[in-house]
Design a protein around this ligand. Structure first.
Ligand code: NAI
Length: 486
């Protein structure tokens, strides 16, 4: 018996979790459950992480969390419990599978276009780093983190999965044409990792083109790996292709802890009515069984689900409207009755390679540090100052140029990322948030951070510096982007 932690969740969570666990019981799945205290109730009881200390201990002991959807109370400044859980335990790869199912009609199924796409979404970094600031009364700024080590982890997961499970192609979705440093690093790392898997075709695609092609020709894609926010959006697009969020399973994979959950939320509008569709959570549970080496049980349950869907059994959110909808209990019972049966209109699942025994990972005793070797020739060459001011760019330039000590010079001022001084268009609309790039007179020299902070102190005598970024070069690589028009 493998012991796992189970959190039923909020809203429809308990209904769909009970349905899945009933099915597991009927199929004699060898799991033991620790039911843990996690979700909205525990936020409201004052646990800021949304779980009790004993829930955290259970998850860290068992290393597997099977969870229902959870609600984060709104407007209380609390971070999403789901995102916190994924980030705290470094579940860096979010794997989501989108498969056309017989009995779940979609535009594509009606057109005879089968869909079988796996999205691997980076799960820790990007805008979900969650550092946002109001840089002035009405200018909000979000910092986006992409790291080489974090990107490597998710790309390696995608290629290892492809090698193990026989995928032939991995595509990287990105916006590196615009975000040259952040998405650029994600893409660069993708090809570095891809080189270690020569038998797997690797290509990349700009995310907007990807969205268009996913809708127009989804059969071209097998595995798509994406940064966090883009992966979030693209995976909902893929859910739409196969019949909605009710059919999309999700696993959050890390080196130590893995979390399995449905893609959808708590569906407060139908909570407590016994009409929710448990398929997404069930498919996530099936992913979990495969992860745990219980491939035979996974195949048996999935075959029963596929057979049931083929028979036209459906909950109210999908399926043939001429057949009366089943409620959650009836839908679950129908699958239980069909345990042992195999689908007739699609290929039956087999245990495959997922029968290797799962061993609980040995947890690290110290917090892991993921650092790359430093590059030769790191140099500090200036800084970007963000100034909160209603003054015009020309007036700000005059003040800064008057105050700037040697060896600094004001290179340019940009507003919302577009250069407005020394050159620019009079038609560029400005807000009270000016990016002032300060560099050295001598392009080849460098400066100390103490000199930069002393210079900022001088500027602060007359202007409000609301934030600052150091400008650094890393060998030949320039560590900052240029403003539009620079
Ligand atoms: P939602 O996914 O809960 O609901 C969107 C629509 O889909 C609703 O009409 C709902 O009735 C329907 N729906 C969702 N799951 C269904 C199911 N299994 N069967 C039948 N219909 C289903 O999204 P919404 O309304 O944006 O979010 C509600 C709450 O869920 C929020 O508090 C949100 O933060 C939370 N949430 C939690 C997630 C998680 O725990 N991983 C993920 C997404 C949202």
């Amino acid at each position: 018996m493998i012991r796992i932690s189970v959190a039923k969740g909020d809203g429809i969570g308990p209904e769909i979790m009970d349905a899945v666990l009933q099915l597991f019981e009927a199929a004699k799945v060898p799991l033991k459950y620790d039911f843990i205290e996690m979700g909205k109730t525990y936020f409201l009881q004052g646990y800021n992480s949304g779980m009790t200390p004993s829930a955290k201990e259970s998850i860290e002991n068992n290393c597997i969390l099977f969870k229902g959807p959870m609600e984060t109370p709104k407007g209380k400044g609390m971070k999403s419990i789901n995102v916190t859980a994924r980030k705290t335990w470094s579940t860096y790869a979010n794997r989501r599978h989108f498969l056309s199912l017989k009995g779940v009609d979609t535009v594509h199924s009606k057109a005879g276009i089968p869909i079988d796409i796996t999205i691997v979404r980076e799960n820790i970094e990007d805008t979900y780093g969650g550092v946002e600031h109001m840089n002035s009364n009405d200018v909000a700024v979000c910092r986006r983190f992409i790291t080489r080590k974090g990107s490597e982890q998710v790309h390696r997961f995608a290629f290892e999965m492809a090698r193990k499970e026989g995928f032939k192609k991995v595509s990287c979705g990105h916006k590196a044409n615009i975000m040259k440093l952040t998405d650029g690093l994600f893409l660069e790392t993708f090809y570095e990792v891809a080189a270690e898997y020569p038998e797997i075709e690797a290509n990349d695609i700009i995310v907007d083109d990807l969205c268009m092609k996913l809708v127009a020709m989804p059969q071209r894609f097998e595995v798509v790996v994406l940064p966090n926010l883009q992966g979030d959006i693209v995976s909902d697009l893929c859910a739409g292709l196969v019949g909605g969020l009710g059919f999309a399973p999700s696993s959050n994979i890390g080196d130590n802890i893995c979390i399995f959950e449905a893609v959808h939320g708590t569906a407060p509008d139908i909570a407590g009515k016994n009409i929710a569709n448990p398929t997404s959570l069930l498919l996530s549970g099936i992913m979990m069984l495969r992860h745990l080496g219980l491939g035979e049980k996974a195949a048996e349950i999935e075959n029963a689900l596929l057979y049931t869907l083929e028979q036209g059994v459906h909950t109210g959110d999908f399926g043939d409207r001429s057949i009366p909808a089943s409620n959650t209990t009836e839908f679950t019972q129908a699958i239980i009755q069909n345990l042992g049966k195999k689908p007739e209109q699609s290929e039956a699942r087999v245990a495959g390679s997922e029968t290797q025994t799962w061993n609980k990972p040995a947890l690290p005793l110290v917090r892991p540090m993921m650092v790359s070797p430093r590059s030769e020739g790191e140099k500090l060459v200036g800084c970007d100052l963000m100034i909160d001011s209603e003054k015009k760019p020309e007036e700000i330039a005059d003040i800064i140029e008057r105050l700037l000590p040697d060896p600094f010079r004001l290179l340019n001022i940009s507003n919302r990322g577009t250069q407005v001084w020394p050159t620019g268009s009079i038609l560029t609309e400005c807000v009270n948030h000016h990016g002032c790039r300060i560099m050295l007179h001598n392009k080849d020299s460098e400066v100390s951070s103490q000199e930069i902070w002393a210079m900022i102190r001088t500027i602060s005598n007359e202007l409000f510096v609301t934030s600052m970024e150091m400008l650094r070069n890393f060998g030949e690589k320039q560590g900052y982007s240029l403003a539009q028009g620079q």
